[in-house]
Design a protein around this ligand. Structure first.
Ligand code: TRP
Ligand code: ZN
Length: 868
């Protein structure tokens, strides 16, 4: 490495030295030498007459100040310093960039035949020298010039204000965005597309043109995205009172994209995975993902764009809040219980794992080397849980009052997490003093509960102890304010009113101390407690439930989430016990009572099918790993499979009955139909492990009239290694080999293939005509799924899985460090495995560390891991 990358600290924030109030950009687009002319109105705010601008990989052509050529400047590593500037001036900088050579997909690059940009977090500095920080807000005017035949559509933020033709077959369009914005929200697209158009009238009567741009030939895959957009606009008006603020809203789908999507003002750019869907090409999961991401980016227009972040340490201000909003949107439109379950699975699985890893950080990080490394589950998903806790503490009304005050105070500015909490506090009158610790403390708290029933006094007490283990980034932990939602039931399932000190109390207890006891009065019999209802805080719950109590809660708990959670706790008990048994050479067992409890859920007539499917879904390998300091990969895998086989065998009749009775004749994507398919395909995932498995999977693949059922059949054949696997995989590849996006599902199945020779197959698959390591979706589908979801083969004792990961990472380090940095995560957690495996993984990390061109992204993670 040329220079050791430097960390930035949250505590070092300083307001900008200059303001840039307006910027006028001209792009003359060519594949290898695009000229960018940027004219900014600059105003000095502090003492120094030197303006420091960030820039990466730019060729500087000229600098002018108020129209005069300027020579007082220094070109530095990653920056340009311009000296002796007048207090107010017009600064013009001309630079040259090479979009075609840009494989990192940050800044201006080519995706397929189109030009597009990605500027968050610090990509704008790859377009021109600028104050590339979110607290510098300017009004943008953008002129785009390109070949008219190749690039008929020239797009940027805001409204189209002018256009014209030029000699040589070129044309231009000029855009103006009336809303001042930070550079990370800038976007430009030039290309040839099919366009789906619609309209939306806002509640105050503004007419908004809606346009979705997709690759030619894909128009029949755009309607679901449009429906989702219209639903988002409506929902934000109804639930949050927030209305759109421009006359046009554009979404462009591109194939080469590092993440999910980007909320650029008026011109969202999306990974095509989160736009394109029809029943032949997309699964129900894809449909729901599109709805959620379209919603997410739309909701950013207020929470992110109208109010943005002061600095990148505040990222959760927009991301945690916007994830909370998209989760609420999906819950209001679909099943609240199923949405909550899936969100909680993410927290308990990968987010808890991140908290326990060398990358642990608070939702508002204190120290960053590469900002792209902090678009994490912690900032996004735990960040959303922190917002959700405030919503729980304040209630919907108090929370909405807080939102209103937040916008009154901060609309049009760059704010901090503290500003948000203060608005919530001031609007509701509820103190969040101790609650603020959730922003600065990393790690997962454990909440240990014990109970005591006093028959003579008719009291029931819950003693709650909280503790947070030290994390790599932070040794000392303090007691948090934990909203702890509880309910008590009598033996026949009725709810016991909670009373303390002769007064009724709310279900949500305020846990604020390291240890505290809540005594409930008038409790006439020993109750069954339902604890941490709705997962009211992102903590690990420990309570010594008996099997009988959990089975009781699976039936009697008043809300669906608590019933699902009881089922998960019951499974967890048995998975743990069986892992210990397997380690002692014994067989895996489930009690009849447990099997019967799941039978009861399967047979239930009043539960939603989608919910039943969730109850039947075992915790993932990764979630189970989180229960252990060191995980026995083989034992856990063996137990998870054996539990599945036992349930499949014992519940064979019930599963078969569901499978055969719930086939739908016609396809539709309403929530009821999605739920029914989910249940039927969950049944298939069990039946795959019975004698009928091969026949059912083969039959379903042949009969399927939609991608959900097709993939469910292939996935069952893959996990259970059914005989038909090869022929189904071959048929699918013959059919879809020309469509990378559809092939991603096939690549993911290759990556998660439990067969012993999977690594050879994967290496061979990298030569498939639809595969390219340059495309992040392809790479994540094949390589990412192998690293994250094929534990037995990835962690093979030979070390071949680790070696393969190392090779891929070294290649991606040069071509696309952002993708490399996401892929490396499973290797950072090497402390979770036995010593032999630890040594093998460490060797790969050391090899990366010694590279002389190691990107900051990998440098930050590798050094942290090796310090662990
Ligand atoms: N802000 C985007 C979102 O809503 C995420 C994002 C950050 C992003 N950096 C990116 C997307 C880089 C693509 C590429 O979630
Ligand atoms: Zn976001």
């Amino acid at each position: 490495m040329a220079q050791t990358p430097q960390a930035k600290y949250r505590k070092d924030y300083q307001s900008p030295s200059h303001a840039i109030t307006d910027i006028d950009l001209t792009f003359d687009l060519y594949d290898n030498d695009t000229t960018v002319v940027a004219t900014s109105k600059v105003k000095q705010l502090k003492e120094s007459t030197t303006l420091r601008l960030e820039g990466e990989d730019l060729k500087l052509k000229s600098i002018h100040v108020n129209g005069e050529a300027w020579t007082a400047y220094d070109e530095l590593e990653g920056a340009l310093e311009i000296h002796q500037l007048p207090a107010e001036c017009e600064l013009t900088i001309e630079t040259l960039i090479d979009p075609e050579a840009n494989t990192a997909l940050e800044g201006l690059y080519k995706s397929g035949g189109a030009f597009c940009t990605q500027c968050e977090a610090e990509g704008f500095r790859r377009i021109t020298y600028y104050m590339d920080r979110p607290d510098v807000l300017a009004k943008y005017t953008t002129k785009v010039i390109a070949d008219k035949g190749q690039y008929p559509f020239l797009l940027s933020n805001g409204n189209r204000i002018d256009q014209g033709d030029l000699d040589g077959g070129r044309h231009w369009v000029q855009w103006q965005d009336p809303h001042p914005k930070p550079a990370y929200l800038f976007a430009l697209v030039a290309g040839d597309f099919d366009v789906l158009r619609d309209k939306f009238v806002t509640q105050s009567g503004r007419n908004v043109e809606l346009e979705i741009f997709v690759d030619k030939g894909n128009l029949d895959r755009a309607p679901h995205a449009m429906t989702s957009l219209i639903n988002s606009m409506k929902w934000d008006e109804e639930r949050f009172g927030l209305e759109y603020d421009l006359d046009i809203y554009m979404i462009v789908a591109v194939d080469f994209f590092n993440m999910g999507a980007m909320e650029n003002k008026g011109l969202n750019i999306f990974n095509s995975k989160f736009v394109l869907a029809n029943e032949k090409t997309a699964t129900d999961t894809d449909y729901l993902g599109i709805e959620a991401v379209i919603g997410h980016e739309y909701f950013h227009n207020w929470t992110g764009n109208r109010v943005t972040c002061r600095d990148w340490f505040q990222l959760s201000l927009k991301e945690g809040l916007t994830v909370f909003r998209d989760q609420e949107f999906s819950s209001d439109l679909g099943s609240r219980a199923v949405n909550r379950i899936n969100n909680v699975r993410i927290i308990r699985g990968p987010q808890f794992a991140e908290d326990a890893s060398p990358m642990s950080h608070p939702i508002r990080p204190d120290k960053v080397i590469e900002m792209n490394n902090f678009y994490t589950l912690t900032v996004y998903e735990k960040g959303s849980e922190v917002i959700r806790m405030m919503h729980t503490l304040l209630g919907e009304e108090g929370f909405q009052a807080g939102m209103k005050l937040y916008f009154e105070r901060h609309d049009g500015t760059a704010a901090t997490c503290e500003d948000f909490v203060a608005a919530m506090e001031d609007a509701s009158g509820i103190s969040l003093k101790q609650f603020r610790l959730w922003y600065s403390q990393s790690g997962t708290p454990t909440v240990k509960v014990s109970s005591d029933y006093n028959a003579a006094e008719q009291t029931y007490s819950l003693t709650v102890e909280q503790s947070t283990e030290p994390t790599q980034d932070q040794a000392d932990k303090q007691a948090l304010h934990i909203p702890f939602d509880v309910e008590l039931y009598t033996q026949n399932g009725s709810v016991i009113e909670l009373r303390c000190n002769n007064e009724p109390v709310h279900n949500v207890l305020d846990v604020t101390q390291a240890k505290q006891t809540f005594v409930f009065e008038n409790v006439a019999e020993k109750p069954v407690p339902s604890l941490l209802r709705e997962f009211s805080a992102p903590v690990k719950l420990e309570y010594d439930y008996s099997d009988e109590e959990l089975i009781f809660l699976m039936v009697h708990a008043r809300n669906e989430f608590a019933r699902w959670d009881a089922g998960q706790m019951l499974l967890a008990k048995y998975i743990r016990a069986n892992v210990a048994k397997v380690q002692e050479g014994q067989e895996v067992e489930l009690s009849d009572a447990v099997v019967d409890a799941f039978r009861g859920v399967l047979l239930s007539k009043d539960l939603e099918p989608a919910f039943i499917a969730e109850v039947l879904s075992l915790p993932s390998f990764n979630e189970v790993s989180g229960w252990y300091k060191q995980v026995d990969v083989d034992a856990v895998t063996k137990v998870l499979k054996a539990v599945k086989v036992i349930l499949a065998t014992q519940l064979n009749d019930e599963l078969s009955a569901i499978y055969h009775s719930s086939k739908q004749a016609a396809y539709s994507i309403d929530h009821a139909a999605i739920g029914q398919r989910a249940l039927r395909n969950t049944a298939l995932s069990f039946l795959a492990y019975t004698e009928q498995g091969d026949e059912l999977a083969k039959g379903q693949y042949a009969d399927a009239n939609n991608m959900t059922d097709t993939i469910a059949a292939m996935s069952a054949a893959n996990s259970a290694q059914l005989e038909c696997r090869e022929s189904l995989m071959q048929d699918y590849s013959d059919k879809w080999k020309h469509d990378g996006l559809v092939m991603d599902k096939w690549f993911a199945l290759q990556g998660t293939n439990p067969a012993e020779n999977v690594l050879d197959v994967i290496k061979q698959t990298m030569g498939h005509e639809a595969f390219s390591l340059k495309n992040p979706n392809r790479t994540r589908s094949l390589v990412g799924s192998f690293l994250n979801m094929n534990p037995v083969r990835f962690h093979a004792k030979s070390g071949e899985g680790y070696k393969f990961a190392g090779e891929i990472l070294r290649e991606l380090n040069s071509s696309n460090p952002q993708v490399a940095s996401r892929l490396i995560d499973p290797l950072l957690k090497f402390r979770k495995y036995d010593e032999q495996r630890q040594a093998l993984i460490k060797a790969e990390l050391e090899a990366l560390k010694s590279m002389d061109n190691l990107a900051k992204d990998l440098f930050e993670k590798v050094t942290k891991a090796l310090e662990s």
